[in-house]
Design a binder for this molecule. Structure first.
Ligand SMILES: Cc1cc2nc3c(=O)[nH]c(=O)nc-3n(C[C@H](O)[C@H](O)[C@H](O)COP(=O)(O)OP(=O)(O)OC[C@H]3O[C@@H](n4cnc5c(N)ncnc54)[C@H](O)[C@@H]3O)c2cc1C
Length: 449
């Protein structure tokens, strides 16, 4: 039995059973990495082969001359990175601008936004530099007001975004929206921002892994790290079931799949939260026209209990939302209907369209609602990045680049706000985190009304 303490049902960490995602069906795994067996020594060990771990390994190898070893409990992209919606968008935190401003000030808020914009560009750079084809879709993101009062704030939000981040946004009223290609979702208007794009996340994560291997990094799969120890000479001993890596430096990139005791510092500093996705069967042009939704940019609504959706290149709709406090068999059985119910309410003309795929995974939330990039406590030479609040395509990739700079003792030449450097605080009653989620969902749902 694994000595790791994790707060969700064991099914959530089952690396043997396929996730059942659309991405698995359209992008099969190109190769199986070897299992770590025996003793290895290296300059840096990376735990987690998602966007964060692979981006850090790639930047370490290419920019700083390191030879990283990457370990994952499953295969490359097994965690959230291989099963998300593929929105390469701004975001990363959930703290309101007003609260951020109060705590860290206006200059730091601008740095925080600059980091979010740069994060989407870093993904673009990684794709181009490493020639990764991800079925990229057109640029931009739609934010749909689910209430009139949300729409009323859009003009101010657009001006704010332009001022702090130089982002161009267009605000569109509900009537104009109905005449456009963005018809559905019961929106009271929309804001379109000219940043980011949709991609196939499995192609992206596999492409990153390929680039890591080409740059001299080694990746081991099915290699769950069970223990990390600080050795008397200051190095790190990382133990899996069948092997051990001794490394000068360490990066922990487990995000929502972290464990409470790997290392103990992590305990209670993060909350994994389940996100669910459904994908419809393929729809022909006539069926697509029924709803009048024809754009294939990233889209989401203004709810705190967020809905996010996109039209896929092959004419299917992907629709995602949060909603269960666990990932055991009961939750898995209940959620497809719940997600389908919300989908039907937003896109009634597609009520007859079949759901072809449903799956879920863990995102990661921090108590201060801001992502973290920095040292692991007092451990000199060990770093982590986590809590991207459901926005890790860009922010995980970006944090990986910064982690590489930190490990190499170099300047990372990218904006990093004080908010993102603030050590994640422990939740006051850490054992109750998961049990508090249904209450939090109810509270957010009530605020969304
Ligand atoms: C359903 C869903 C939809 C999402 N949609 C989007 C989206 O559209 N846009 C967006 O920006 N973000 C989205 N996200 C969030 C995004 O996928 C994550 O923020 C991002 O993938 C985090 O990347 P990561 O590399 O930090 O962690 P992960 O990709 O979760 O990888 C962590 C890895 O660490 C490994 N690991 C953990 N512990 C150990 C251990 N002890 N030993 C060995 N390996 C270990 C795990 O096996 C896992 O593979 C979504 C997430 C989900 C679940």
């Amino acid at each position: 039995m694994s000595p790791l303490k994790r707060i969700y049902h064991a099914d959530a960490y089952d690396t043997d059973t396929p996730v059942g995602s659309y991405w698995e069906a359209v992008t099969p795994s190109p190769l199986v990495d070897p299992v770590l067996e025996g003793d290895f020594q290296t300059d840096v060990v990376v735990i987690g082969a998602g966007f964060t771990g692979l981006s850090s390994a790639l930047h370490l190898a290419k920019d700083h001359g390191f030879a990283p070893i990457v370990l994952d409990a499953g295969h490359v992209g097994w965690g959230a990175s291989g099963r998300n919606a593929g929105f390469n968008c701004m975001g990363g935190g959930k703290l309101s601008n007003a609260a951020y401003l109060k705590r860290w000030g206006e200059v730091d808020l601008s740095t925080y936004y600059a980091a979010q914009v740069r994060a989407t560009e870093v993904v673009d750079e990684l794709l181009q530099d490493n020639e990764i084809d991800v079925d990229r879709q057109p640029k931009g993101e739609w934010l749909l007001a689910h209430r009139r009062k949300d729409f009323d704030g859009f003009a101010e939000d657009a001006a704010f975004l332009n001022r702090v981040a130089g982002v161009k946004s267009e605000v569109i009223g509900s009537e104009a929206l109905r005449e456009s290609d963005v018809n559905g979702a019961g929106a009271h208007g929309a804001m379109f921002s000219d940043v980011g794009f949709c991609l196939n996340p499995r192609k992206y994560v596999f492409g990153l892994a390929d680039a890591v291997r080409k740059a001299g990094g080694r990746i081991f799969g099915n290699s769950l790290v069970e223990h990390i120890e600080r050795l008397p000479d200051g190095r790190f001993g990382v133990r899996t079931g069948k092997g051990r890596v001794v490394a000068d430096r360490l990066i922990l990139a487990g995000n929502g799949y972290n464990s409470e005791n790997l290392p103990d510092w992590m305990g209670g500093r993060y909350t994994p939260v389940v996100s669910h996705i459904m994908v419809t069967e393929r729809m022909g042009d006539n069926v697509l026209a029924d709803q009048g939704w024809r754009v294939n940019q990233m889209s989401c609504d203004t709810r705190k209990m967020l809905h996010y959706f996109r039209l896929l290149p092959d004419g299917r709709m992907l629709f995602g939302m949060r909603g269960t406090p666990n990932l055991g068999p009961q939750d898995k059985a209940r959620m497809p209907n719940a997600v389908r119910g919300d989908f039907d309410a937003m896109f009634p003309a597609w009520a007859g369209v079949r759901t072809a795929y449903h799956w879920s995974g863990l995102i990661c939330v921090a108590r201060n609602l801001v992502p973290y990039v920095g040292p692991i406590g007092e451990w000199n030479g060990a770093f982590t990045a986590l809590a991207f609040h459901g926005n890790g395509v860009s922010m995980g990739s970006y944090s990986g680049k910064i982690l590489a700079g930190m490990v190499a003792d170099k300047k990372y030449d990218e904006p990093l706000s004080d908010g993102m450097k603030a050590t994640p605080e422990r939740y006051p009653i850490a054992q109750a985190r998961r049990w508090a989620l249904p209450l939090a969902f109810k509270w957010y749902g009530w605020q969304d009304r």
